[in-house]
Design a binder for this molecule. Structure first.
Ligand SMILES: *Cc1c(COP(=O)(O)O)cnc(C)c1O
Length: 305
């Protein structure tokens, strides 16, 4: 269960957590047209709190809304300020922040014209998404029987609410079979992404990640590409098959929620030595140093409260 905080920012103001309610005629609740983001704020060594890549997340929220033709009732600046406000009001030094844009009560049927657009920003304390042990030792992954969206069925570059029914089916299938996370292939059969994470493999010191064609353009993915290149590593954005993954020396998932989570096994094949490898560890270390404000080179990505 989500650990309650004091306030939720809802349609322009902070209201008590329990009062952030919607009507059952909320359009998004029926048909799934809404967009959201997932952002993290970290407690830094100097005692301050920094939100990681806040403006990039809010830009992607607006991009998602643009693609889905949802007219945003607030400006980017207003929503960035609202994220900071939510953390401050709740006294959160570290938190996960969930902006959600949805169509409210008023219209039914599949033409949402005239539906009011509502925005909520919820922040709560959320630990390692795939578990502390997963972060430290790596997780077990199963290729899903469900495939990721075709680019003309759902808009894959958006965090659209309805897109995640596919993710939920894959996640449930994997977890009920005793795995930690699902890996989804794309419609051509190549490795795509996990239910809510991007994927990287490492072979002979070179990193590879699927191109942006049909995946969610993860900001953690983007950050990891930059960090790897700055560490002198080569990163290729290229599609690869599941057997190439089975044969990788190392593999890991990236995402705001999952951070940098090593993969130790896929479909009962042990990846490399079966524990996080040197490149994964280096990237993970570099990532946590950046988000916690310990690396002067990447201060541009941090918004301090
Ligand atoms: C959010 C998400 C990611 C990761 O994106 P980040 O910006 O790194 O958090 C990857 N895949 C899917 C399907 C997602 O929803």
């Amino acid at each position: 269960m989500v650990e309650k905080a004091k306030f939720i920012w809802f349609d322009g103001k902070l209201i008590p957590w329990d009062q952030a309610q919607v009507h059952v005629l909320t359009h998004t609740l029926h048909y799934g047209l809404g967009v959201f983001e997932g952002i993290r704020a970290y407690f830094c060594q100097d005692g301050r709190t920094a939100i990681f890549r806040l403006s990039d997340h809010i830009r992607r929220l607006f991009d998602s809304a643009h693609v889905m033709m949802i007219e945003m009732p607030f400006s980017r600046d207003e929503l960035e300020a609202a994220c900071c406000e939510s953390l401050r009001a709740n006294g959160q030094k570290e938190a996960y922040i969930r902006p959600l844009v949805f169509l409210g009560e008023g219209v039914m049927g599949l033409n949402p014209a005239g539906s009011p657009v509502q925005v909520a920003i919820i922040s709560w304390v959320w630990g390692a998404y795939l578990g502390d042990e997963g972060l430290a030792r790596g997780i077990r992954v199963k290729t899903s029987s469900f495939i990721r969206h075709h680019v003309n069925i759902m808009m894959t570059k958006t965090k659209t609410v309805g897109n995640y029914v596919n993710s939920i089916m894959a996640k449930r299938e994997a977890v009920s079979a005793g795995y930690d996370e699902a890996l989804l292939l794309d419609t051509a059969g190549y490795v795509c992404e996990a239910s809510g994470e991007n994927i990287f493999i490492v072979k002979d010191g070179v990193l590879k990640t699927p191109p942006l064609t049909s995946i969610l353009p993860g900001l953690t993915r983007d950050c990891v590409i930059t960090l790897a290149q700055d560490l002198g590593l080569t990163v290729k954005e290229d599609r690869f098959s599941r057997d190439e993954l089975y044969l990788a020396d190392e593999a890991f998932f990236t995402g705001t929620a999952a951070e940098v989570t090593p993969i130790r096994e896929v479909d009962l094949r042990v990846i490399g030595p079966g524990h996080p490898g040197p490149v994964t560890k280096k990237i993970q270390e570099a990532y946590f140093a950046v988000v916690k404000g310990q690396d002067a080179r990447y201060q541009r990505w941090l918004t301090y409260l």
